[in-house]
Design a protein around this ligand. Structure first.
Ligand code: SAM
Ligand code: SF4
Length: 266
């Protein structure tokens, strides 16, 4: 469906949880955040029903995100359900990779097409620092498992401070080049102050060509990461929420005070 600025909105990002098994410094405070009540989290049935309606409005690409999507109980079942929607041409997932060794094969077997995996450094200690305790060997095992399961092309999300010439970024790029992975550099963003820029190697952050809607795990549809507007899917119903979100999609993002990466998934 076209929005008011002639952008074709066909990409839905679904955050399935606000929980995470890491605490990345740029995403979450050390002692976590106030968690959404379990009863407010959309059920798989609700997500499935919403997506079936969204494809009628032109959504043909879905990405599952979080928090960390692989900590959501029975996530493989959600993939199985969504993969039955034949209008979906692309079904992918963004993960920190920690649990991917275990999940890659079942996810691929039930219909997931590909994964994006986050990796900002190759250094074990630095990784531990950035993620506040994460074990980088698990991510490497996860990447290997994703390859073996055919979840390709595998994209690596690498958050950078200022430039892709930072030493960590250079090493991650080399690792990607040597292992058949596609690198995407994401400049560290700040939702509250509206600091955002285009994802290098991707399309995110470019308002002129933004084609996304985001569904949060507590059932709000958000037309823009850098704007506070959101529409309650349970209260409005999927059709009205989708129409209203598209009609109100801002021409360009500014800032958002009530949004956070761990809830909306980037
Ligand atoms: N937990 C999963 C992961 O880390 O891949 C999925 C959710 S995470 C919020 C999605 C992406 O957002 C990750 O690639 C992460 O690096 C990125 N991200 C989180 N906080 C960010 C920030 N402040 N600026 C830029 N990217 C950020
Ligand atoms: Fe968790 Fe992903 Fe946020 Fe890191 S970036 S804290 S892995 S949700």
């Amino acid at each position: 469906m076209l929005d008011n600025y002639n952008r074709n909105i066909h990409y839905l990002r679904i955050s399935v949880t606000d929980r995470c098994n890491l605490r990345c410094k740029y995403c979450m405070p050390e002692d976590g955040v106030k968690l959404i009540n379990h009863c407010d989290i959309l059920s798989f049935e609700e997500i499935f029903e919403f997506t079936k309606i969204a494809v009628k409005y032109g959504i043909n690409k879905v990405r599952i995100t979080g928090g960390e999507p692989l900590v959501r109980k029975n996530i493989v079942e959600l993939i199985r359900m969504l993969s039955q929607i034949k209008e979906l041409q692309d079904l992918s997932l963004t993960t920190n990779g920690i649990l991917l060794k275990e999940f890659a094969k079942p996810l691929a077997d039930t219909g997931l097409k590909r994964v994006n995996i986050s990796l900002d450094t190759l250094d074990e200690n630095k990784f531990k620092q950035i993620t506040r305790g994460g074990d980088i060997t698990k991510v490497f095992e996860g990447i290997e498992a994703a390859k073996n399961a055919g979840l390709e092309p595998i994209k690596i999300n690498c958050v950078i401070e200022k430039s892709h010439n930072e030493p960590d970024a250079i090493k991650v790029k080399e690792y990607c080049d040597n292992n058949g992975l596609i690198i995407r550099f994401i400049h560290r963003m700040n939702l509250k102050t509206g600091e955002f820029s285009v994802v290098e190697g991707g399309t995110g952050g470019n308002c002129n060509i933004c084609n996304k809607l985001r569904l949060s795990s507590d059932g709000y549809l958000r037309p823009c990461l850098f704007n506070d507007i959101k529409f309650n899917v349970r209260e409005l119903g999927a059709e009205k929420a989708i129409q209203t979100a598209i009609e109100n999609k801002p021409k360009c993002g500014t800032h958002s005070y009530n949004n956070s990466f761990n809830i909306i998934g980037g």
